[in-house]
Design a protein. Sequence first.
Length: 277
Amino acid sequence: MQGDFVKRSYKISVKENLSLNVYNTGYQRCEAGYAWGPGARDHYLFHYVTEGRGTLTTAAGAVSVGPGGLFLIRPGEVVTYTADSREPWVYYWVGFNGTEAHRLINLTGFAHGERLLYPENGGELREQLTRITDARGSTPAHEAQMLGYLYLFLGSLMSLSGGQKLTTSKQYVDKAVQFISRNYSRDITICDVADFVGISESHLYRVFSKELDMAPTQFLMRYRIGEAAAMLRSTGLAIGEIAASTGFRDPLYFSRVFKKVKGVSPREYTRRGAGEE
């Protein structure tokens, strides 16, 4: 609705070649369908979503972002981000650059090309972004305050990354498994899973290999076959119906994969009964 649109922002007029400096900052309650892009920035830009939903689209595809989502746009990256038509998002943002910016980003959870995270310390990050925005101005005092709060913001991201270094991969896998468990019957791809998790496909393969010692494609296939086996034991549905219900368009392909995973065909599995895998 027109009356709901609110935007407060600040942008410096000169970008100096400093180790780190705030380029722009602000808060926006977007109109339904409001979009920026496609376009590219010449600085790093964080958005933290506090309400509503929207979509971030990059070369890796589109990913939905909801409350608590923090997404990063990198210099030179072509992006489009769009507010939902029914629940348009509200977000804070801060843009920054400098000779140290890349190194500092690589000390956070965004080090491996991630574009979206849902940090556990979201309230703390929101408070720091609010302080950056509230301190906006062109005097040396304003600039020092904004930079100080930016360091606190990045420090919180680094602290979260360091404290969860051993569990971050597991969290990604858990989120991927959650998506697969809810959507295995649909024609989903690994790209869809990676988009939901908010990381690249290559990173998704790395975390699955680390945590489960298998590729996400293999996990998806085994999950579907596991659900199919349960249906064969308990539903009495035809094999073709079970194949379609577990994400297989071709019953013959389903039978081949089932035999590869279970060691017997779906028909033989049904005859043997639940206790004879």
